[in-house]
Design a protein around this ligand. Structure first.
Ligand SMILES: [Zn+2]
Length: 399
């Protein structure tokens, strides 16, 4: 055996938010059939053995490791990378926190299996459990769909849409942490065409628009544009066409127009929003739905800012977006983060769970949706916005 120490250590960052600093201390060179033992100051030991064909990564998982108070877990991260982790009995709480903070998922606890048959059984259960969530079609297999919130009146901050017999439920899939609405209070086809803009944003759209613009760095939109242009910095001076789907009050397109020379388009089903963008802001906004037959243009980038949660069938909707993208086209998507919002004391009455949201996402359910709709995930993050909203965003590429 030979030891080569790195002095100084090579330092790099890892983890979901790149917050963990790792020090690479050196290299140990092993010959075949040599083993080396790792230990901490409490003598918690674990070893690796070199073979002619590679390494024994661990001692026996259901034998020696278990007897030494180590549990073994198969873990995946949000990008579907898989890891084997060995956790000391006394540090289970630290481990659970690490899993949560870094949005990891335990696939299997490996040390409970007395034999290979038991392992097979568990693997089968895992496959059944995940098959539906991966397709964004969570089914109730083992009481995994639970009723989460129940409403008999509109929550205090919800705009008054004049809904009669207000009764609705929000359900949750405990496998992938996706939330979905169960009610017929809103007709998707007509709801956003009637007075949605004036009810949700007030009668004077100019006033609302100026309020947001005057917030400057304190607005969600300022930071949206910043992260958007940071991601697309290589395209900043290129001829790019962009379609903002569900452009609403047009603050995103208005902000972008100040920064880039791209061909910017918006599509918005609500007539007041569309008129405001077109007539007051002089933007290129079409008053239509994406599935309109005469709308045939294709784009380099499509952006969806808080749109998909309003759609009953997000897979169909994203597949339609995909059709409007040129090859190698990009998608930017922003949705409410239901998991984090639901963990707050006022979760039930928060904006994330208001009546016009059919779907409220988790990192995992957003990732599943993008994947099944034909997109490759490039970046996914959870943020708290300046307005206090819990939000997930992702950049992806057309498969
Ligand atoms: Zn699910």
């Amino acid at each position: 055996m030979k030891i080569y120490q790195n002095s100084p250590s090579r330092i790099f960052r890892v983890g979901f938010d790149n917050k963990i600093l790792i020090r690479d201390c050196g290299k140990i060179l092993l010959k075949n059939d040599e083993i080396v033992t790792f230990s901490d100051k409490n003598n918690n030991e674990y070893d690796i053995g070199k073979k002619s064909w590679g390494y024994y990564a661990t001692p026996s998982i259901n034998g020696r490791l278990k007897n030494n108070n180590f549990h073994s877990y198969l873990i995946k991260n949000i990008h579907e990378k898989i890891y084997l982790m060995i956790v000391h009995n006394s540090k289970q709480l630290n481990f659970n926190k690490y899993i949560n903070d870094n949005h990891l998922k335990i696939l299997l606890k490996l040390d409970n299996f007395l034999n290979a048959d038991k392992l097979n059984e568990e693997l089968e259960k895992y496959i059944i459990k995940n098959r539906n969530c991966i397709n964004f079609k969570c089914k109730n297999i083992k009481k995994n769909i639970i009723q989460f919130y129940n409403y008999n009146n509109a929550p205090p901050k919800e705009p008054n849409y004049g809904i009669k017999n207000y009764k609705r439920k929000v359900k949750k899939c405990i496998y992938c942490n996706h939330f979905f609405a169960e009610h017929k209070l809103i007709n998707e086809k007509t709801f956003y065409k009637k007075n949605y803009a004036t009810i949700s944003h007030g009668k004077d759209l100019s006033k609302k628009f100026n309020q947001i613009i005057n917030l400057g760095v304190k607005s969600d939109n300022y930071h949206r544009i910043k992260r958007f242009l940071h991601f697309f910095k290589d395209l900043k001076f290129k001829p790019v066409s962009l379609l903002d789907v569900g452009s609403g009050l047009s603050v995103f397109l208005y902000g972008l127009k100040k920064e880039v020379n791209w061909k910017l388009h918006g599509i918005e089903p609500e007539i007041n929003f569309a008129k405001f963008g077109r007539e007051t802001l002089k933007l290129n906004i079409i008053n239509s739905n994406l599935n309109q037959k005469n709308f045939k243009k294709k784009f380099n980038i499509i952006s969806l800012n808080k749109v998909v949660e309003h759609v009953k069938n997000p897979i169909k909707f994203l597949q339609l977006c995909k059709k409007k993208l040129l090859s190698n086209g990009y998608l930017y998507i922003e949705v409410p983060d239901g998991l984090t919002a639901s963990q707050q004391r006022n979760g039930r009455t928060r904006e994330e769970f208001m009546v016009d949201h059919f779907h409220i996402f988790s990192l995992e359910s957003l990732k599943n949706l993008l994947n099944v709709s034909g997109f490759d995930l490039l970046e996914i993050k959870k943020i708290i916005e300046k307005s206090g909203k819990y939000t997930l965003y992702a950049f992806c590429k057309k498969k």
